[in-house]
Design a protein around this ligand. Structure first.
Ligand code: WTA
Length: 648
């Protein structure tokens, strides 16, 4: 990066940019002025079996279809193509176990594993169009399973291994999966997380699954149900198959990934094949500018969209070497992440603000224990990065020479939509700003009434034009696809986030504008948590909201009213937490549960979550003239006061 805002700020805005920023701006302009030409060129990042007839079919909005009737296979693009292109013996993944064991798998090795599993899946009756669920921790078998599914054209739905049984069974039911791939368990923070047990419980509530393939990782004892459950290592032993990749249509679904929305039912975001692939590969190039010999480390979990796009598909399409780390970044000590950077000479590091803030809390001395000079670019994703964390990352980790690539995007967008572009030409950065739109993105910020806001005003972030990485639909729910995303602002894609565009044209993403929480970069629905709490027989009603948290971004706070005859105490609080761990999974456990005798409601009986939150956070609750029971407000105040005293 050249210059700094301090010595450049007297210059007119255009000259203050890194001179190369003009290249970024021009590429962006071209992409919107002549999308046909732009995407005809940039779709060449993929090897197609048959070229598309039309770049974009926008005849049936919001169901946009990209690269119409183009044919391709992503397992082919991630594997076979790299083998042909001299990357046969190049490492695709360097996998590091939490205990330090290392496994290197080359493109050839990955190709072999994927082909064998693809053949096994076929033998088990999985055909093109059948769905499978993958419920695995950070093991090499995760990308292998995703690519094997892609090879035979079976859309997969990866369920993050931190989800509990009811979350898993709901996803199996909605996707109609015929087969589940899981493991006995996983290692995290020195502990064993049992997974097969969760699958067994989830399957009691579903009917579609015929087989479960179980990877052995922890050696934990598991129940194998006869004729349903099969060991992965038995199935693949002594095989050396080659499976011809299915010829997929550009708009055939590649995967379904469930994410939280504003109702209790998670949304099954369906991604297609061609547009998605073109998007993830190009955005990784534009934003990070990886080179052939780089070691790329996307330190997300493979079960989230960040892992799907930037641990699996984009880096493999580009033929990169990725680091994949099994466990906790602070195990066995707070220098673990930095040690991995040193030991494997990581060049491009991509992590989350929560991880940065956690490591920042432990202190810079842990980073100083290791040589971080291999680092060239630092990335961030998942939540707004506060300027203090940005500066710490920039100064202490990047030593003032690595740009911070803060990437804003969502499960729905497929890949980055807003980010500085090291691979095109970097704009001058501002700590905490995602800077500019990626090529092809036409961002807009609307006010409540649907008119564009002025520079410097906060509004709702939306995208006016379709882009290749956008999702195709919501599984089983095209109506919700339209109503949740395209109705609010007259056909533009509405993200659910607040944003500001400043006087210099820089964008600042400010967090969710709806009832979705962002806890440590995990997207959680308020209503999902409320629904889970309410299933406890002791509970009459509840209100959940997010409270600003210096490390996690937000923490989960629940106010609970118990039914007559029950007592709201520590025991009940712990019991509720325990049940949420089992059903939704540990990431959903409230950090605070407060018991009160009533909640503020409107006269029509609707709980006013907005008021609960404002009062609890000691803010002005706004208009409470429609409030039915004002005593409840005092009670919330008292509960918070009490909690503050107790927790010091
Ligand atoms: C938030 C994760 C600010 C945002 C890739 C979005 C961000 C939600 C950023 C999507 C960022 C993600 N700056 N906010 N750089 N990145 N978000 O679907 O609220 O798990 O709507 O996708 O995370 O979360 P999701």
């Amino acid at each position: 990066m050249q210059g700094s805002s301090a010595n450049n700020s007297a210059l007119p805005i255009e000259e203050r940019y890194h001179p190369g920023k003009e290249v970024y701006r021009r590429l962006h302009e071209e992409s919107l002025e002549n999308p046909e030409k732009f995407w005809n060129e940039h779709a060449g990042i993929i090897e197609w079996y048959r070229r598309w007839e039309k770049v974009l079919d926008d005849s049936n909005p919001p169901f946009y279809r990209w690269f119409v009737s183009g044919k391709l296979n992503l397992s082919y693009n991630c594997l076979d193509r790299n083998i042909k292109n001299h990357r046969r013996n190049k490492a695709a993944y360097i996998w590091i176990a939490e205990d330090g064991t290392e496994k290197i798998v080359t493109y050839r090795g990955l190709h072999k594993r994927v082909n064998v599993l693809a053949a096994v899946l076929r033998d088990l009756g999985i055909q093109k169009g059948d769905r499978i669920v993958i419920y695995l921790p950070m093991l090499l078998e995760a990308p292998v399973a995703m690519l094997a599914a892609a090879r035979i054209g079976a859309p997969f739905s990866f369920v993050f291994a931190g989800y509990g049984a009811s979350a898993l069974s709901e996803r199996i039911r909605d996707s109609g999966a015929k087969l589940v791939i899981t493991s006995d368990g996983g290692f995290r923070g020195g502990k064993v997380v049992e997974l097969k047990k969760v699958v067994d419980e989830a399957l009691q509530e579903t009917t579609s699954v015929e087989n479960v393939i179980v990877v052995k990782r922890t050696g934990t004892e598991v129940d194998m149900v006869e004729s349903r459950d099969l060991w992965y290592h038995d199935l693949v032993a002594d095989r050396n198959d080659y499976v011809e990749p299915e010829v997929m249509d550009s708009n055939d679904p590649l995967y379904i990934l469930y994410t939280s929305g504003t109702t209790g039912k998670p949304k099954g975001v369906v991604h297609g094949t061609g547009g998605y692939a073109v998007w993830v590969a190009n955005t990784l190039e534009w934003a990070f500018g990886p080179t052939e010999d780089d070691r790329w480390w996307c330190a997300a979990d493979v079960g989230w969209v960040t892992g799907h796009s930037y641990i699996v598909f984009a880096p493999l399409i580009l033929g990169l070497t990725s680091i994949m780390y099994e466990g906790s970044i602070i195990h066995p000590g707070p220098d673990r992440l930095w040690k991995i950077v040193q030991d494997y000479a990581v060049n491009l590091l991509y992590t989350s603000p929560t991880a940065i803030r956690t490591l920042m809390r432990y202190g810079v001395q842990y980073a100083r224990m290791h040589d971080l000079s291999s680092l060239r670019v630092l990335g961030s994703v998942g939540e707004p990065i506060n300027p203090a964390a940005w500066q710490w990352y920039y100064t202490n980790i990047g030593k003032d020479r690595c740009p911070i690539i803060d990437t804003y995007w969502q499960t729905e967008t497929g890949g980055f939509v807003m980010a500085p572009a090291n691979g095109i030409s970097l704009p001058l950065l501002k700590p905490g700003s995602v800077t500019f739109p990626m090529p092809g993105i036409d961002p807009v910020i609307y006010g409540e009434e649907g008119a564009e806001v002025k520079p410097g005003e906060k509004g709702y972030f939306a995208i006016r034009k379709p882009w290749p990485g956008m999702f195709l639909t919501l599984n089983n729910d095209p109506d919700r696809f339209r109503s949740a995303y395209f109705d609010k602002f007259n056909g533009a894609y509405y993200s659910g986030d607040f944003a500001i565009r400043d006087q210099d044209g820089y964008y600042w993403l400010l967090g969710r504008a709806d009832e979705v929480l962002n806890v440590s970069g995990h997207r959680l629905g308020t209503i999902e948590i409320e629904d889970a709490i309410i299933t406890s027989e002791e509970v009459a009603e509840t209100a959940v909201f997010g409270k600003p948290d210096p490390v996690r971004g937000e923490s989960i706070v629940a106010f609970v009213v118990v039914k007559d005859g029950f007592t709201g105490d520590l025991n009940l609080g712990n019991a509720i937490k325990g049940r949420i761990r089992e059903t939704l999974g540990p990431i959903y456990i409230p950090h605070e549960i407060h018991f009160v005798s009533s909640l503020p409601k409107t006269r029509s009986g609707k709980i006013m979550r907005r008021v609960v939150k404002a009062v609890a956070l000691n803010q002005v609750p706004g208009d409470i003239s429609t409030l039915e029971n004002s005593v409840s407000v005092d009670e919330i105040r008292d509960a918070i006061e009490e909690f503050r005293k107790e927790s010091g």
